[in-house]
Write a protein that binds this ligand. Structure first.
Ligand SMILES: NC(=O)c1ccc[n+]([C@@H]2O[C@H](COP(=O)([O-])OP(=O)(O)OC[C@H]3O[C@@H](n4cnc5c(N)ncnc54)[C@H](O)[C@@H]3O)[C@@H](O)[C@H]2O)c1
Ligand SMILES: *[C@@H]1O[C@H](CO)[C@@H](O)[C@H](O)[C@H]1NC(C)=O
Length: 440
């Protein structure tokens, strides 16, 4: 399945190298060149024909299989059922939304999809289940969504045919676009994956949205990282965002400009949300609070970065439930898109909001809280932060979101980490085998 998808999509973020079918014919060719008799010529031609036929039939079956993985009447029925709002008729909150959530098997996507479903909105998810971090966690999130009646399609947002089909089957009122290549440091290892998902994937999604009739309103995740080298605090939406410190940040900034053009030309209603370090249950294993927890429990050392002049790094950690409320409020207040048939009929809203917690906490404080809940002392390696794209400090000014979305974060890092640790231990177990063994 993985091989098939990677062969059919333009460029891929995967860490796995795929052996292409052409390798075999190259071997045959080399083998032939060293001999040179008529007999081998004939043999070679037979072999080439065989190779051609087998490659041809491989491509043929695989594309049929690929289509089969998302088409068909049964599939369409599942999509429609998942997309149907289930609010009681005449409910005070109105008829209910029908939302396409991209990156639905991701951390924020899963929580948002669940929250929408719980209040009676229709939700369909899409996710490519890439292996940037352990896909089994993504599959477990999908299983959780499935148990609540949310269907998640396995597919890439770069697959325009799939997106067109989804809009064909369901007139989505909203798109919550959270699919992206996240992570600041991984951009130096695999820059192409950021272009694939955050630039090409975003454009592919916006194309599908502007072609859809009716056009949905789009709410999507930008990032606090767009503030880059900005050192005015707290960060306000009006501050400079033209000095990104990482490729990740640059692709998010590009996304803000790209969504602006789709708003301007096609009348798409756009809301960009600059999330500030989101954490919580079902979180992302590549983030510090998560890997610190794992390493502390396993008795392994953790690396704590420190800024220049021995200044501690600090982050405006924002608890997932607060972010979810901000996302839902954005969907609820998003004005309509105004376009049809590739033309706008009038101006549509374009909004950008910070979603943070407005109380930065230093990394050593984060570690101390984890140590307390885990009842294990961390082995800390404190080193100076390498110049790899991380910024020393983030702090959100959230007055705009408070005013326009009624956004009001309520979870302190202490409370939020308590809930995270409880989830971590129930999901992974204490996982202290190596630790206890080594000490006994
Ligand atoms: N978690 C944070 O602290 C944070 C901070 C700022 C911004 N964001 C943004 O919020 C969004 C959600 O982040 P998250 O923490 O849930 O990350 P995540 O990695 O858990 O979720 C993203 C999901 O998108 C999927 N995906 C990636 N590329 C795809 C593609 N081309 N097609 C289909 N699916 C694809 C991944 O498989 C993953 O499940 C992202 O856009 C991220 O950049 C997150
Ligand atoms: C926060 O942003 C608002 C504008 O959205 C601004 O009026 C206010 O002064 C800012 N607050 C701080 C403390 O910078």
């Amino acid at each position: 399945m993985r091989v098939v998808e990677e062969d059919l999509l333009p460029s891929t973020p995967g860490k796995v190298k795929v052996e292409r079918p052409g390798t075999m014919s190259r071997h045959l060719h080399r083998c032939f060149a060293s001999t040179g008799t008529m007999f081998l010529w004939a043999l070679f031609l037979v072999a080439m024909t065989a190779t051609y036929l087998s490659v041809h039939s491989f491509v043929d079956t695989s594309s049929r299989y690929f289509t089969a993985s998302w088409g068909g009447l049964h599939w369409e029925r599942q999509i429609r059922s998942s997309a149907s709002p289930r609010r009681p008729p005449g409910s005070a909150e109105g008829a209910g939304l029908s939302v396409l959530v991209t990156g639905a098997a991701g951390f924020v996507g899963t929580h948002c999809a669940l929250a929408l479903r719980r209040r009676g909105d229709g939700v369909v998810g899409i996710d490519n289940f890439n292996s940037y971090y352990d896909p089994s966690l993504k599959k477990a999130r999908r299983a959780l969504l499935g148990s609540h009646g949310v269907f998640v399609v396995e597919g890439d947002v770069n697959d325009g045919r799939l997106l067109a089909k989804l809009f064909d089957v369901v007139p989505f009122t909203h798109v919550l676009h959270l699919a992206a290549q996240a992570g600041v440091r991984y951009a130096m290892e695999n820059p192409a994956s950021y272009v694939h998902s955050n630039v090409a994937g975003l454009v592919s999604l916006l194309e599908a949205c502007k072609d859809a009739d009716p056009q949905p309103a789009v709410v999507w995740a930008s990032s606090s990282s767009v503030y880059g080298l900005n050192d005015r605090v707290p960060f306000s939406e009006a501050h400079r965002t033209d000095r990104p410190a990482s490729l990740y940040a640059a692709t998010k900034k590009a996304g803000e400009e790209i969504t602006h053009t789709y708003n301007h030309i096609y009348g798409l209603s756009v809301t960009g949300l600059r999330f500030f370090t989101v954490y919580g249950p079902w979180g992302r294993p590549d983030m510090a609070y998560f890997s610190f927890t794992r390493n502390i429990l396993q008795g392994k050392p953790i690396t704590v970065y420190r800024g220049r002049d021995h200044v501690d790094l600090a982050r405006d950690f924002t608890y997932i439930d607060d972010i979810v409320r901000g996302c839902l409020a954005s969907l609820d207040t998003a004005g309509r898109s105004t376009g049809t048939g590739g033309k706008k009929r009038g101006p549509a809203p374009y909004r950008i909001f910070n979603l943070g917690n407005t109380s930065p906490v230093t990394v050593p404080t984060l570690v101390a809280i984890l140590e307390r809940y885990l009842r294990v002392k961390a082995k800390k390696n404190v080193i100076e932060m390498p110049g790899n794209g991380d910024v020393p400090y983030t702090h959100a000014n959230i007055s705009l979101a408070r005013e326009q979305l009624g956004y009001k974060p309520t979870t302190s890092l202490e409370m939020g980490l308590k809930k995270f640790v409880r989830w971590y231990l129930s999901y992974y177990g204490y996982n202290r085998g190596t630790h206890t063994f080594r000490n006994s």
